[in-house]
Design a protein around this ligand. Structure first.
Ligand SMILES: [Zn+2]
Length: 341
């Protein structure tokens, strides 16, 4: 989940379009959800099989793009078997209710902790509206309820049979969110990591950690990265956006960046509570992160694509990340953190 308002007032064109498609060499197909009317912000990954699965669907506001994209690929209403959600943040899962209605045979697969929030999404929508502010309506939109019988709540190690010998294994990988699951594909050996590895949009030089409220947990996030590394995946697909290669180096970088990001935030936090006026901790941590990690884009890319920095601020902005870390430090100091494992 994010929260920082990008600079400027325009959120781009949210007129329905057809999701552009990118085919990777392992057969995975990315549908660009065109979240907020912007390119390459959030992907849905389509795995073709006797029982096809779409991993992530993006927010409700842009779900018509994804539906049109699937139709353009030849999907009839009965053809989609699974919509797999790594977690219930609206930029991943918000469109699932509308997508399930467009594809009435599809089962929505989500962690058993997340499923009740999609069946009765009022609380999820209300808390998202608080976090996103005006962007809630323009970029995300309300998640519509999903009937219980349309959902499969999963736990760690559950498997989905896509047919033809292809299976997806769901890996409980908390940290970014406590209900997060990663997806391991038996056919390609790839892992679809949702937000648990971080985000890296086109033109970025590094993976940026995604440490938002309400339940970011550092040790859990590091344990989840270690779990992916044990799998030695053939590739890691980020929801924001696409594959990071080579996968072992990407996972090592994600860990290193997360440790550095959290340590930078923690020293800013300690400094703020030791000496600064109360109530300024969030601004101080966010500004410190912004200063320390200011150059995360290739300069040529920003010159070609002035919206690049706006997109990352929309998705995983400094203030949102600082707020998640602050809450984590405060809970740790108060002894109210849930232990890992
Ligand atoms: Zn998220």
């Amino acid at each position: 989940m994010s929260g920082d308002a990008p600079s400027g007032t325009s959120q781009g064109d949210v007129t329905p379009a057809t999701s552009p498609v990118e085919r990777y060499d392992d057969g995975v197909i990315a549908l660009d959800t065109l979240t907020g009317g912007m390119h390459t912000v959030t992907a849905g990954f389509l795995l073709t099989a006797p029982r096809p699965a779409l991993i992530e669907c993006g927010p409700a506001r842009s779900i018509r793009n994804v539906i049109a994209g699937l139709q353009a690929l030849g999907f009839a209403p009965d053809d989609l078997a699974y919509v797999v959600l790594t977690h219930i943040h609206l930029d991943h899962a918000g469109g699932a209710g509308d997508l399930a209605r467009a594809f009435p045979n599809a089962t929505v697969v989500v962690s058993d902790v997340g499923a009740p929030h999609l069946h009765e999404p009022e609380r999820l929508n209300a808390s998202s509206e608080r976090v996103y502010g005006p962007l809630y309506d323009r970029v995300y939109g309300a998640c519509t309820p999903i009937e219980r019988e349309r959902m499969l709540g999963v736990v760690d190690g559950d498997r989905l049979d896509l047919g033809g010998g292809r299976e997806l294994e769901l890996l409980y990988t908390p940290g970014h969110a406590k209900h997060h699951v990663g997806v391991h594909d038996s056919e390609t050996g790839a892992i679809f990591s949702g937000d648990s590895v971080g985000v890296k949009l086109p033109g970025m030089t590094h993976i940026r950690p995604a440490t938002p409220p309400a339940d970011f947990h550092l040790e859990a996030a590091l344990a989840s990265l270690a779990r992916y590394r044990e799998r030695a995946p053939s590739r890691v697909y980020l929801a924001h956006y696409g594959p990071v290669d080579p996968p072992d180096e990407a996972l090592a970088e994600a860990e290193e960046r997360l440790r550095l990001w959290a340590a930078t935030a923690e020293s800013a936090y300690r400094h703020a509570i030791a000496g600064g006026p109360t109530g300024t901790e969030l601004d101080h941590v966010a500004e410190t992160l912004r200063h320390r990690f200011a150059t995360e884009f290739e300069p040529e890319h920003v010159a070609d694509d002035p919206d690049a920095e706006r997109r990352i601020e929309l998705l995983s902005g400094y203030t949102s990340n600082a707020a998640g870390l602050l809450r984590y430090f405060q809970r740790r100091d108060a002894g109210t953190l849930t232990p890992v494992g």
